[in-house]
Design a binder for this molecule. Structure first.
Ligand SMILES: [Zn+2]
Length: 471
């Protein structure tokens, strides 16, 4: 197979939680037909670079202050909600005057106008590419037409990989924005067939893929959930929803499905499997973690959104240690930023809050141990210990390989392993607040980008080996 091109320089990935490769010495990645066909490091990389150049293969050399990373994978994002990102986050989620009623439902309903949906979705894809997101697991709206449009515009733009859900809801929505159960199932099947017919190539990871999407338990009848479980099984679809998201959601779901947890209900209807992307999961009840793990279902961790709606922080590190798959999501617009760099920073800070504590006798609280003490009583780690600590490089794992594993695509996306598709972003540290203060090591340079970076630092973005965005 002929080499298409190669990258030489600081090519960094996180093949496992806690492992960072490529910071110590330059690497060489050879990309052929959109796939990484060779990877070498150090002296071998230098030698191979010389050979390739002699053979006339284009070797793209990263400059000082640049780093190449696997593309970011956003595990949870609502595309219609780009329209009001930044607003409504001071409201409760489910109140009649809350986030869903005042912002989310009316905005999503406006996607019924297909031309408007096209404009919004095109812009949203553009924003994601500028932020370095190369795969997104997306909630559209209830509309079949607008959902198909989202697939069309993602194919037209050639990125990011768009795993698209036509949202399903047949109760507890506004009268003008709710589905009949049978129609919802018919439209979902139509959408799955349409999207699968538009996939290019014969194998995963496709550029577009349908996702079976019950919005969340309060808006879905058992009949709808059952039908969606069957469709997911029939067509081998990814599933996404929200699970044990917030106190008001868990309390309301418990009145609709008495005696059952969210995870038990999803499991009962065949909607908790691998790959399932379950948003938030901050309020997991007894037994839910076990069900997620046993069924290979993943949590889409949305730390920024959780600060506003979930009333808690997810003990990510402990969940990963106990074998639960965790991806990272922006959750536009429960989270206000589309940037996975912001999501990473938020994940680190959310983990920090698990260690907050008061000194005994402190006037601001009575607890002498971290709030995670009670929650983590079954965990091996002492509550509030460094076992909760999440580093920025571990957050990078969540944003890349962790997301790929959650989608069962870890062998194809999320790292620079040979055989993976070349979804990547070239970052530069020479712009933005860190520009005048160069880092003393490659590790610090990458840390500065993760902690201070934004879309100005994203110089180039590749999906399937193709350059899809550059500054
Ligand atoms: Zn959501």
């Amino acid at each position: 197979m002929a080499a298409g091109f190669a990258f030489f320089g600081t090519c960094v990935d996180t093949p496992r939680l806690g492992e960072v490769r490529g910071l110590e010495a330059p690497s060489l990645l050879v990309v052929s037909d959109g796939r990484i066909s060779q990877r070498c490091m150090g002296a071998e990389a230098l030698e191979r670079r010389r050979q390739l150049e002699q053979e006339g293969v284009e070797v793209r050399v990263l400059e000082q202050g640049e780093v190449l990373l696997p593309g970011f994978i956003d595990g949870h994002i609502h595309f219609p909600q780009f329209c009001f990102a930044g607003c409504g986050i001071d409201m409760p989620l489910m109140h009649p005057e809350g986030f869903l009623a005042k912002y989310a439902f009316p905005t999503e309903e406006s996607m019924g106008e297909v031309e408007r949906a096209k404009v919004v979705y095109r812009a949203a894809l553009e924003v994601l590419l500028h932020c370095g997101t190369t795969t997104a697991v997306i909630y559209g709206s209830l509309h079949l037409g607008a959902s198909k449009v989202l697939v069309d515009v993602a194919l037209e733009r050639k990125g990011p990989r768009a795993f698209v859900g036509k949202v399903c809801a047949d109760r507890y929505c506004p009268d003008t924005y709710v589905e009949e159960t049978e129609q919802s199932l018919q439209d979902t099947e139509d959408f799955i067939q349409y999207t699968q017919s538009r996939r290019t190539g014969s194998e995963a990871p496709f550029l577009v893929q349908p996702v079976v999407t019950p919005r969340f338990l309060p808006t879905c009848t058992p009949k709808l959930l059952q039908g969606l479980g069957r469709l997911a099984d029939k067509y081998g679809c990814i599933i996404q929803s929200h699970l044990s998201e917030s106190i008001d959601e868990v309390e309301f779901s418990a009145t609709l499905f008495p005696g059952q947890t969210d995870a038990e209900v999803f499991h009962q209807f065949g909607l908790l499997k691998s790959p399932s992307m379950m948003g938030h999961s901050v309020q997991l009840m007894q037994g839910e973690e076990e069900l997620l793990r046993q069924n290979g279902a993943a949590i889409a961790h949305c730390p920024l959104s959780n600060f506003f709606f979930a009333s808690g922080a997810l003990p990510v590190k402990q969940l990963l240690k106990r074998g639960v798959k965790v991806a990272l999501g922006t959750d536009i617009a429960g989270g206000y930023s589309p940037s996975m760099l912001t999501a990473m920073r938020s994940a680190v800070m959310a983990a920090k809050t698990l260690q907050f504590r008061h000194v005994k006798g402190c006037a601001f609280g009575t607890e002498s141990e971290a709030p995670s003490a009670k929650r983590a009583k079954n965990a091996e780690a002492p509550a509030g210990s460094s076992e909760d600590e999440l580093s920025h490089f571990e957050a990078l794992y969540l944003a890349t390989k962790g997301g790929a594993e959650a989608l069962d695509l870890g062998h194809l996306l999320g790292s620079f392993e040979v055989g993976c598709r070349f979804d990547a972003l070239r970052l530069r540290s020479q712009v933005g607040p860190m520009a005048s203060f160069p880092a003393s090591s490659q590790a610090d340079m990458l840390l500065k980008i993760i902690t201070l970076g934004d879309d100005r630092n994203v110089k180039q973005v590749f999906v399937d080996g193709e350059l899809v965005h550059s500054l």
